[in-house]
Write a protein that binds this ligand. Sequence first.
Ligand SMILES: [Mn+2]
Length: 336
Amino acid sequence: MLDKNLLKQLESLVNNSQGILILAPDSPDGDSVGSNLALLSSWQLLGKQVFWYGDRGNDPGYSYIKGNDLCQFSKNLKQIKGRFDLVFQMDAGSSQQFEKTYQSNPWLEEIKTVTIDHHGSRNGEQTDLMIVDPTAAANTILVFDIIRALGWPIDQDIAEYLMIGIYADTAGFINANTDARSYQAAADLMKYQVDPHRLYREHIEGQALDHIALTRLHKIMSNNVVKRGVVAFAHIDNSDIQDLDPGHHISHRVMSHLDHLKGVRVRFVVSEVDTNQYKISFRSTTEYDVSKVAEKFSGGGHKVAAGAKLDGPETVVQAAEQIYQVLIEELGIEAA
Ligand SMILES: [Mn+2]
């Protein structure tokens, strides 16, 4: 399954590195955090100097994961320039996911970079070494295979990081990508004293909303949702979520609410991230491939879950309409 030659190259790059930088994507998720923390911890046990930086620093949405606070703001990356000679990008789908970090640190482009990803569509983008397995339901399953193949250290914490990634990307073994390999990886991880119920409680309590945020979520569901035939979408303006903890990940919650609308097969949520700049998330049932829609916006992802960014439109409502038109054309859905 894993290419022996690629594994050898990876092993020698890691062994010969003076220091390693792991980059968190601009929009991390449980699988990216789990992948990053698992390798960070394993390499530290090997005695390696490892740094973890991302545009959001330690995203408060994942503060329930032990070790999340190790992630630093990439605007401060210059301070460790020269202390690492190897960069890792994981679980991202496209380099768009590291755009902000590279914009503030263009010198990173000069450093040898490795990709470990389970996203197939990368628009032909290449780094110096690519270990890509689109058949893995979660990136942490691929990371687990690599750790085992190379005999890198693994302990309870690392096993729990890997399990968190599987939970996140299979939504607890119920997403369309869930397969025997996901269950097998989870069963193998249980040998390291993973505590699923504790992880679940930490996740629920860590993500709990305060009353203001819950009210805001309901307001978005009441005012900012459009349903047209099999498509439903929501637009989130900065004013809808300003003064809320970004860790609440309101857009993720809106997305899961849209799944409960009757007859919906394709969903997207567009959120304003800056003036005339937007972030888009797509979800679908298996008969529609939203990764193709994301690629139209230079993003990427999986068949049923993908993401992209969009610059230009004056308002989030205009952005949503523009995305809707591209989406129905790409997926062959009749305008409703
Ligand atoms: Mn993933």
